[in-house]
Design a protein around this ligand. Structure first.
Ligand SMILES: [Cu+2]
Length: 69
């Protein structure tokens, strides 16, 4: 399992964090997603054999919350 915390500047409220958590956790291979509205980050834990970071990053962009490393 791989874990990464990324900055997502477009997070503004609990609705944003809910969307990110719901959408990203639907990806196969993603084990957990915790988004934080106070410091505008998301911590994502995934299984590298099932999904690559690039795919997660792409989804974040698609739903309007691009990540910044
Ligand atoms: Cu919001």
């Amino acid at each position: 399992m791989t874990t990464k915390t990324v900055n997502i500047p477009k997070i503004n409220c609990g609705h944003c964090t809910g969307t990110i958590e719901r959408e990203v956790s639907e990806l196969e291979g993603v084990n957990s997603v915790t988004a934080n509205k106070d410091n505008k980050t998301a911590t994502i834990d995934w299984d590298e054999t099932t999904i690559k970071w690039e795919q997660i990053s792409e989804l974040l962009e698609e739903i309007g919350f691009p990540s910044v490393d």
